[in-house]
Design a binder for this molecule. Structure first.
Ligand code: SF4
Length: 467
């Protein structure tokens, strides 16, 4: 589905390299492959062993990193970031990596995720005299590291990380070290790879394929990797960890060519579609998927149901960022600009339209109507995940609870609102079964079930329920 018009947005993607003469160029390519995780801002910071230098801006990777900008970025280590602004809002100052200079040295930070206790920590830090340069919750970590009393940086970082709650995959770089940290629940994906003798780290494994790196392993929940001239060491900053990877990474966010915890995302989506065909058998002529993220599930549905898969919807790939607009009317306009129904495929046909999720419902309504205007006699909407009834506090902008159509409406109400002939969502059990899991252990399903893996702080709740 189309993130920017659907109202379901990933916050960020991160990429890092240690020990390669072309660190900035590799980071550029890595970020390019992670562009789907955020399109509002991007940055790269490099280290030449003595200083940290950065380039960042609001825009796409290909727009910000011009030949001139890349020429500035020399060094054998780099971290980079692509951002979709949720908590903290947009603006140049919030584009990451954040870079801090002090008498004791420099520090660059790149963060994917969202802290649930950022506001209370920020309040405490400000009371103690910290002055924040940004409204991003990422800066909280920099202040905690600086204020920690431990003499060694590693211990200061571990001490600071142990105070954070929520979802975080961090890249932390000084002139002489790259540190990689993942929250105690491992909510966001983060993997380690090797390119020759150089270490690479990325939000998604698709970035390794692009730069030619070999996948080594995932970063463990509560783990801090320290990479420097002595090689790589692994330490723990949290003793109590419970894995809870975000289910939406499989359903919607990650690229189909990425693997998360050994499961290929395309295969996972195809299995979700197959399971849906078992749970929602429909007498129809063709199956179509909403491009791009629902195609894999649609192929799976068609294969299991024995109904031909056809390209009934086409995405216009040349609509630019102009259409990434926050207002409802512009979002609906965005659907018209970005998708077309293929009359030759759907005219006179009973169509099963597979989508990965329904957030506000407006996009689904528009797509159903596109298919009917193109001559589909029936449109049956099948969704390869359960209804999203609750907001996400961990870096996915699902908007407020009030804006989520499934938060207070029945499936039949939603069916009527989107104008479909039938509407079926995958069950939670079916979703876990499709991923080869017996229960829900190891996954976050908060937006579906309301059961979140961490404590949610009152100020965070207020933000998500009233913003
Ligand atoms: S609440 Fe939903 S979107 Fe957020 S981390 Fe959990 S599964 Fe992912």
């Amino acid at each position: 589905m189309l993130a920017e018009i659907k109202g379901l947005n990933e916050e960020c993607g991160i990429f890092g390299v240690w020990g390669h003469p072309d660190a900035a160029q590799l980071t550029y390519y890595g970020l390019h492959s992670l562009q789907h995780r955020g399109q509002e801002g991007t940055g790269i910071v490099v280290s030449d062993g003595k200083t940290l230098k950065g380039v960042k801006g609001e825009g796409l990777v290909a727009e910000i990193f011009t030949t001139e900008a890349m020429a500035e970025l020399t060094g054998s280590a780099a971290i980079g970031h692509v951002r979709y602004a949720t908590a903290g809002g947009g603006g140049y100052e919030n584009v990451q990596p954040l870079l801090f200079h002090s008498q004791s040295g420099s520090l660059a930070l790149a963060h994917n995720g969202n802290l649930v206790n950022a506001n209370s920590l920020k309040h405490q830090l400000e009371t103690q005299g910290s002055i924040f340069q940004t409204s991003s919750d990422t800066e909280v970590l920099a202040h905690l590291i600086r204020r920690s009393g431990y003499p060694h940086l590693n211990d200061r970082v571990k001490n600071a990380l142990s105070m954070l709650k929520g979802a975080y995959a961090y890249l932390i770089m000084t002139e002489t070290e790259l540190m990689v940290a993942l929250d105690p629940h491992g909510l966001r994906p983060l993997s380690l790879g090797l390119l020759g003798d150089a270490y690479v780290v990325a939000s998604e494994t698709c970035a390794f394929d692009v730069v030619g790196a070999e996948y080594i392993r995932e970063i463990m929940p509560g783990e801090l990797l320290i990479i420097n001239e002595n090689g790589l060491t692994s330490e723990r900053f949290a003793v109590s960890t419970t894995k809870a990877i975000c289910m939406m990474e499989y359903v919607y966010f990650s690229r189909p060519d990425s693997n998360i915890h050994g499961i290929n995302v395309h295969t996972a989506r195809k299995n979700l579609g197959k399971r849906l065909a078992l749970e929602a058998p429909i007498d129809a002529d063709v199956v179509t998927g909403v491009p791009d993220s629902s195609i894999s599930a649609a192929i799976g549905y068609a294969e299991e149901a024995g109904i031909p898969y056809e390209m009934g919807l086409i995405k216009n790939r040349y609509v630019g960022r102009t259409f990434i607009q926050p207002s409802q009317s512009l979002r609906e306009q965005g659907v018209k600009m970005k998708l077309s129904a293929v009359r030759g495929v759907v005219e006179g046909k009973r169509v099963v339209m597979v989508d990965d999720s329904i957030v506000r419902g407006t996009t689904s309504r528009r797509i159903v109507s596109l298919l009917k205007e193109a001559g589909a006699t029936e449109v049956h909407v099948v969704i390869s995940s359960p209804p999203i009834k609750n907001p996400c506090f961990y870096g996915i902008d699902t908007s407020t609870k009030e804006e989520l159509i499934a938060s207070d409406k029945s499936v039949e109400d939603i069916r009527q609102l989107i104008g479909a002939d039938s509407l079926t969502f995958l069950t939670v059990d079916g979703m876990m079964h499709a991923l080869g899991q017996e229960g829900t252990n190891g996954y976050c399903l908060g937006c579906f079930t309301g059961n979140y893996p961490t404590e949610i702080y009152p100020d965070t709740l207020q933000y998500y329920y009233q913003k």
